[in-house]
Every structure is written in C-alpha cells, then in structure tokens.
Design a protein around this ligand. Structure first.
Ligand SMILES: [Zn+2]
Length: 150
C-alpha cells in the first residue's frame, strides 16, 4: 500500500470534526492496517479504519460527548461525537482487544491518502463464517486528479 505519510510514525493526535472529542492514539501496525468493511453499518459510515490496542487510545477531551451505537449482536461498540456526528473509533467484534480508529480523525490524514484500501468481508462477519473463507471482499482505489487546469 502506498501512502503519503511516514509509515514509521505510529502515534497520532486525533479529533472529531468539531474538536469536542480529542484523543491520542498509537497504531498497532501504523497505517498498514487501513481497511474498509462492507457490513450494513460501514457501507453507510464509509470510513477507513486503522487498528489500535484498547490501551493505546487516550481520550484527552470530550469523553462525555461520545455516543455509543450498537446493533445486531451488540458486541462491537461504535462511538461517535454527539455534536458533529463523526465516528471516532469502535471496539471490534472480530477482536475485542482492538479498536478500529477513523483514519480521517488522525491529524493531517484523510481517506484520500491511500491509493488502495482493502475492504473486509463484513456482510457475513468472520465470527459467523466457515474457517478458511477470504476476509477480503475487494479493494477501493483512489487516483488523484493531476489536471490542475480545471
Ligand atoms: Zn465532534
């Protein structure tokens, strides 16, 4: 995967859109863990997520503004800012020891920093699937418009 960011920089300052929620995060595998997912919720949410251990997110401000959303098996915990509605991070169902973190909340980052992002097969959750089936539903690709005349 190609990104414009330094892959060795694993610690990030992060915030929601309005800045009410601020947190520091240390990523488990830098930006290499960037994924999307095709489950019913992620299809609507549309965020690229990276991975962090539960202990590696430190909420510095706005914890009280975080709202919890759960659905289906109610195992995953999806948090978003109650003021601006932006998804910040979620505790995973597939690995409850991990958070998925909205890459767009990381300072200076956006989904458009990734030329290619794998999409996890989330319609049938890994925990509900026969062992050995592929985790990847496909890839989303982004190509910047280099035509500066428009
Ligand atoms: Zn906010």
């Amino acid at each position: 995967m190609t990104t414009q960011s330094n892959p060795h920089k694993d610690s990030y300052q992060a915030a929601c859109h309005c800045g009410t929620v601020r947190f520091r995060v240390k990523l488990s595998d830098g930006l290499n863990s960037a994924r999307r997912c095709n489950c019913s919720y992620c299809c609507m949410r549309g965020a690229v997520a990276v991975s962090a251990k539960l202990d590696d997110i430190h909420i510095e401000q706005g914890k009280e503004a975080l709202t919890l959303y759960q659905f289906n098996t109610h195992e995953a915990k999806h948090y978003f800012c109650s003021t601006c509605g932006i998804y910040t991070f979620h505790q995973r169902r597939s690995n409850p020891n991990q958070y998925g973190v909205n890459v767009a909340c990381l300072e200076g980052m956006s989904p458009f920093d990734f030329a290619e992002v794998p999409v996890n097969e989330g319609k049938v959750h890994p925990n509900d699937r026969p062992a050995g089936s592929s985790n990847i539903a496909g890839w989303l690709r982004y190509t910047a418009n280099t035509d500066t005349t428009n």
